[in-house]
Structure formats: structure tokens, C-alpha cells
Design a protein around this ligand. Structure first.
Ligand code: PLP
Length: 400
């Protein structure tokens, strides 16, 4: 992780020549993104699909790079429908999320949404009315919040416990019969997005096996089980921000392939990861503005901060930091544990604590990798009225 791609280094150099103020910017390596997604897709077992959950990063250049490689896109708002429509490669899209607006649902219907993932009993009634109005019979998946054995839950649980997501498994029979009886809805399958940050491949294998085990029971709730073909198993594949070892996607796919081969009546399985797709290609680069020692702690005050990159505080971790000295290495410099902070007037503006770095000087750059998912777009960019950071998209077709 300590090595930065040449494209990223070149982008920082170029940005330096273009800006007088110290830098804070995001750089996305589109070639690396393309290569990663190609590998992710190549590992999928036969008949398994992958839709990119664009809320992880829906910048137009990211979508333009990912869309041609995946089966489709997963969206959760009207604004994300607009992003998908603006993408040069039009792909099927599916719509999940609690609290969908009528205007969002109308826009989805109008733009030919492939499937809508229904999150509640009320939403069945509302969507039936809107689909009738639109004169369209809409494919839907019912999002289930199933009973899960507790060891299968994770840090950010969306199911298996009390959450606003999906339909409680105890109400599923009722939901299925409502959809069966809705003239303008067609039940195409079931959806479970149970967690984020899954780091353990064994657990994810068990989770997928559990869904496959329940699949025949869920299907049997319908009067027309033959119409029900799809099992969307959500996203949630984790990224390891603190170590080198990453989630073994190849192994998960191989396991799923075997499990599906053993199923008498296998569904079309669909993944919808976000983080695992776009995290690796992004870098947040910040310039050191000041160094100080306060009550025995060493601080690096940098351009930017958590208003650009809220992810480390949001997740409560110390983000990895790569040091790029401006000049030649200082001889005899000693390692120090630095706390890397931004420009905000709040003690919460911390990107990394006690980060061991050697010979850091004002004017050096620090680069935070793994910043391509839930980075800039989850941050409170307007706080303190600092300018928004430039986002550079390196590689791919062109510089943007
Ligand atoms: C956020 C979300 C995803 C993507 O989650 P990741 O943890 O980024 O993979 C997939 N499906 C739904 C319904 C989501 O809300």
C-alpha cells in the first residue's frame, strides 16, 4: 500500500503547478478501477450478476468507467437516476432504499427501471398506484429483513436486527400476497442487503448459503413461484483500511458457484457492491500547512480535512497515510507519531492518530489511499465555507 501509482504522483505534480495555495485534492486512477472491476467480474460464477451500488461514488467519470463492465447499476434516489441517465453507457438500473418519494418512483418508472426493491408494505400500495398511473407493469423484488443467527451480523448491520430497511421476515407472506394481487406489480425475486464492511469471507459464504437455503421457502409464499427468478444478495463486501490483506472475492465466488451447482432450483444471483468496487481507485492528497507539539502530542495540520474526507471519523479508524516529501529526505530524521488533522475548528477534524512518519516538513504531501468510496460524497463539504476540493480523474479516456 506504500507505493503510489505513477499516475497519482503525476497528478499531484501537475496540480501543484496549477495552484498557488497548498493542495487538497482527490485523485482517481481510472485505469486501476477498470482493471479491478474487470477482475471482479471475471471471478463471478456462471449466471451470477453484479450491479454497482453507485452511492459509493457516482462521479460521472467513475460511472463511465464502471458501467461498461458491470451488468447494471443500483440506485437509491431520484438524483442517482439522473446520474445513471447521464452516463454514456446506459445500463439497466434497480432502485432500493427506504423513504422513496413518489416523484423518484415516477422518474424510475418513466426511465424504465429494471426492478424496484420494495422496502415496506405501504410501499407496495404506493407503487401499485403509481405503476397503474404510468400504465406500466413493474418488476419488483421484496427486500427482506430476515432472521439471522447473531454470528452472521457485522459492524454495520442492515438486517437480522431492528432496522428501517426491508420487510420483516414475519410479514413476508403478507407482502408476497399483496404483490401477487397487485395488477401492475410482478414479483421477480427477493433482495437482502444485510450489512456493510464484511471482512470475513467465511461468514459471507455462510450468509449466502443461508439465503439459498431459505430461497425455496420464500418462493413458495407466492401463488406464481415459477415467475420468481432473482435473488439479490446485496453488497457489503468490506475493504481493509488498516492492513494489506483484502477480502478474498475469488474464494467467495468459487464457493457460491459450488453452492449454486448443488441447488435443485437455483436463482439468478445478483450482487450489488459499492465500496468494494470503487474504494481502491481513490486517493486524497493533502499538503502539510503546519507542525506542532501540544501537551506531548505531535500534530500535522494539513490543507483540507474531514469536510472533504469524513470517512475515517465516520468509521472511527485511523486512515493509512503515505508521506511524499517535497525535497530530498532529511538526513538523521527520526520517526515520530503524528496526528494528522485538517483546517476545521473542531477537535473532531482528525484523519489519522499516532501515525508513524519520518522527517515530515511543512510543504510535504500526505496521501490517503482507499479514498474512492464513501469519501468526498459523504463529507460535509460546506462546513466553514472552505472551497470544495478538486477531483482529478487520471487515466481512462482523458483528464477531466
Ligand atoms: C449501500 C448499499 C449497497 C452497497 O453497499 P456496500 O457496503 O458499499 O457494498 C448495496 N445495496 C443497498 C441496498 C445499499 O443500501
Amino acid at each position: 500500500m506504500d507505493k503510489l501509482p505513477a499516475t497519482v504522483l503525476a497528478a499531484i505534480d501537475e496540480a501543484r503547478t496549477q495552484q498557488e495555495d497548498p493542495l487538497a485534492l482527490f485523485i482517481y486512477d481510472l485505469d486501476a478501477l477498470k482493471q479491478h472491476v474487470t477482475q471482479v467480474m471475471a471471478a463471478l460464477p456462471k449466471g451470477v450478476e453484479l450491479y454497482y451500488a453507485i452511492k459509493a461514488n457516482s462521479e460521472p467519470q467513475i460511472l463511465a468507467t464502471v458501467a461498461p463492465l458491470v451488468h447494471g447499476l443500483e440506485i437509491s434516489s431520484g438524483g442517482e437516476i439522473d446520474r445513471v441517465q447521464a452516463c454514456p453507457t446506459l445500463k439497466p438500473f434497480i432502485f432500493s432504499g427506504p423513504g422513496k418519494l413518489d416523484s423518484d418512483l415516477r422518474s424510475a418508472l418513466q426511465h424504465g427501471v429494471e426492478a424496484i426493491h420494495i422496502e415496506s408494505l405501504n410501499e407496495i400500495v404506493r407503487l401499485q398506484r403509481l405503476a397503474l398511473e404510468a400504465g406500466r407493469v413493474q418488476d419488483v423484488l421484496l427486500r427482506i429483513n430476515p432472521e439471522l443467527p447473531s454470528p452472521l451480523s457485522s459492524k454495520l448491520a442492515m438486517a437480522g436486527t431492528a432496522t428501517p430497511f426491508g420487510i420483516d421476515e414475519s410479514e413476508l407472506a403478507q407482502a408476497v400476497s399483496w404483490v401477487d394481487n397487485a395488477s401492475h406489480l410482478r414479483l421477480k425475486g427477493f433482495h437482502v442487503h444485510a450489512m456493510s464492511h464484511q471482512s470475513l469471507v467465511e461468514r459471507h459464504e455462510q450468509l449466502l448459503d443461508l439465503y439459498l437455503e431459505r430461497w425455496p421457502q420464500w418462493k413458495a409464499l407466492s401463488a406464481n413461484p415459477a415467475m420468481i427468478t432473482h435473488l439479490n444478495v446485496g453488497g457489503g463486501i468490506g475493504v481493509n483500511y488498516l492492513g494489506a490483506e483484502q477480502f478474498d472475492w475469488q474464494r467467495l465466488c468459487a464457493h457460491l458457484g459450488e453452492s449454486l451447482a448443488a441447488c435443485a432450483d437455483a436463482p439468478i444471483v445478483r450482487f450489488e457492491p459499492g465500496r468494494f468496487i470503487s474504494a481502491y481507485c481513490g486517493y486524497y492528497a493533502i499538503e502539510v500547512l503546519d507542525t506542532k507539539t501540544s501537551h506531548g502530542k505531535h500534530f500535522l495540520v494539513c490543507r483540507g480535512g474531514t469536510h472533504h474526507f469524513r470517512l475515517p471519523v465516520a468509521q472511527g479508524h485511523d486512515h493509512p497515510v503515505i508521506h511524499l516529501p517535497r525535497g530530498p529526505a532529511i538526513s538523521g530524521a527520526v520517526e515520530r507519531k503524528w496526528t494528522v488533522v485538517g483546517q476545521l475548528c473542531t477537535p473532531k477534524d482528525v484523519l489519522s492518530r499516532d501515525c508513524p512518519l519520518t522527517g515530515v516538513e511543512v510543504g510535504d504531501m500526505l496521501v490517503l489511499p482507499l479514498a474512492g468510496a464513501y469519501g468526498y460524497n459523504i463529507s460535509h463539504a460546506d462546513f466553514l465555507c472552505h472551497p470544495r476540493p478538486p477531483q482529478l480523474f487520471a487515466g481512462g479516456a482523458s483528464w477531466v
